[in-house]
Design a protein around this ligand. Structure first.
Ligand code: SIN
Length: 463
């Protein structure tokens, strides 16, 4: 039965506005006590053989798979994404646990040829200590496991504050970690009365040595400033403004397919979603017509219903923000290819806007909604200038079948990740992360575990 108390946060379904449950909220004193217990537990956790930690993570991975259906339904209920996307996210989230269960056994150091005969040099890698994370609502499970799994694999303990909008998935996935045998003080979920309050505790507490954040550039910058006080390690996965580029030599049908996947996944609410489209003038009309035809087929609705492609956006303020970006673009001259229907509640009709220009606000800002803004270009030089003309550098995509152009453009784009003839780039085996104001650090891949390890150099003298 759903009940409310003073120390519980109501969680609602964005598709229906119904309250679906309550999540426990901790006081400042409780969060600080959690950090202290986490600090003590970390010493024991780090002392376990890597193979033991690996086995516990492997069991956690298996439990996510065994509970895929329940976790997916819960995620759709609290986040709104279509059930098939939630099922995909559970597998994506689980994949990080499996990957880092394996990487736990491979935190190798080095031997270094010494500069004099009586010395020997060695490096070892050691866990940073207590790591904490602040995670967003758009991927309520995967953004937690992408941080928790490398932290635990490295021998850190881990405390996460999930988004207040999607805490139930966080509690569920961490409950499975306990069922796998990972000690309760080694991994924890905490919610405070407000997000800044928990951010303040995480960044000011001396026992926390590492903060990993996924969210906006504005908040990331603030957390980095706060973490600078006692020089905490930080990893930041921040905003994006991904260009999606189609050259005249591209396979247009493949580009349309990639554009649909990249732009409309999760109702356009991902940091790596295509945010602005640059299409060569010679293929512009064909691309726009084909993309709009596919977009008009997308079914908007409650993610639990069959065949829904686009669920609600996350909140009233998100809907108002996206709508005002569309309205402003239309005032500035953009034209919806198909007239826009206004939908009730938090639902939004996906939109393709043509006649967009590079200086419009909708191109300069992250949209985080189901809107494709389409511009034209004529030369590679002009294109590279516009694609890089942003403070962000997370993901970029382009379509071309000319191998010389592929290399030239791939090298020229100032982004941490580039999809070439591909609209979906995320995977646990490749490094995810941005440059410029899109962040610092990499998640997933062999690099991901290093974010939770310190390198120690041992100098053996007198040999
Ligand atoms: C994000 O939007 O921050 C993550 C997207 C992904 O992992 O694909």
């Amino acid at each position: 039965m759903v009940t409310e108390s003073d120390s519980a946060l109501a969680v609602s379904n964005p598709a229906t506005a119904d309250i679906i449950g309550y999540a426990p909220v901790s006081s400042d004193a409780e969060i600080k006590a959690d950090i202290e217990r986490s600090h003590t537990a970390q010493k024991h956790w780090a002392a376990l053989p890597a193979k033991t930690r690996s086995g516990l993570l492997q069991r956690w991975f298996e439990l996510l798979l065994e509970n895929q259906e329940d976790l997916s339904r819960l995620m759709t209920l609290e986040q709104g994404k279509p059930l098939h996307e939630a099922q995909g996210e559970v597998l994506y989230g689980a994949s990080f646990i499996e990957w880092f269960a394996e990487e736990a056994k491979r935190t190798y150091g080095e031997t270094i040829p010494a500069h004099s005969g009586d010395k020997r040099f060695v490096t070892i890698k050691q866990p940073i200590g207590v790591a904490c994370a602040i995670t967003p609502w758009n991927f309520p499970i995967a953004m937690i496991t992408r941080k928790a799994a490398p932290a635990l694999a490295a021998g850190c303990s881990f405390i996460v504050k999930p988004s207040e909008l999607t805490p139930l998935s966080a509690f569920a996935v961490v409950e499975l970690a306990y069922q796998a045998g990972i000690p309760r003080d080694v991994i924890k979920v905490v919610l405070g009365n407000t997000a800044p309050q928990v951010g303040d505790i995480f960044t000011s507490h001396p026992l926390i040595r590492k903060l990993s954040f996924t969210g906006s550039t504005r908040v990331g910058s603030l957390l980095m400033q706060q973490s600078a006080h006692d020089i905490k390690r930080t990893s930041m996965e921040l905003g994006g403004n991904a260009p999606f580029i189609v050259f005249e030599d591209a396979d247009i049908d493949a580009a349309v397919k990639g554009a649909l996947a990249s732009k409309f996944r999760n109702a356009g609410q991902t940091c790596v979603c295509a945010n602005r489209f640059y299409i060569h003038s010679n293929v512009y009309d064909t691309f726009v017509t084909k993309l709009d035809a596919e977009v008009q087929k997308l079914k908007v609705g409650n993610g639990l219903e069959n065949d829904v492609n686009i669920g609600p956006v996350i909140s009233e303020s998100a809907k108002t923000g996206i709508q005002s970006k569309i309205d402003r673009a239309i005032e500035q001259g953009a034209i919806p290819v198909t007239p826009i229907q206004t939908l009730p509640g938090l639902f939004m009709q996906p939109v393709v806007l043509r006649n967009v220009s590079h200086d419009m606000d909708i191109v300069q800002q992250e949209i985080f909604g189901p809107v494709a803004s389409i511009m034209r270009f004529d030369s590679d030089e002009e294109l590279i200038h516009m694609a890089n003309d942003t403070i962000y550098g997370l993901a970029a995509y382009f379509y071309s079948q000319n191998i010389h152009r592929v290399w030239k453009i791939a090298e020229a784009l100032e982004y941490g990740m580039v999809g070439i003839n591909e609209g979906i780039i995320s995977t646990e085996v490749a490094p995810f992360g941005g440059i410029k104001q899109s962040g610092i650090g990499r998640e997933g891949a062999k690099q991901g575990i290093d974010e939770y390890l310190d390198v120690k150099y041992l100098c053996f003298g007198g040999n």
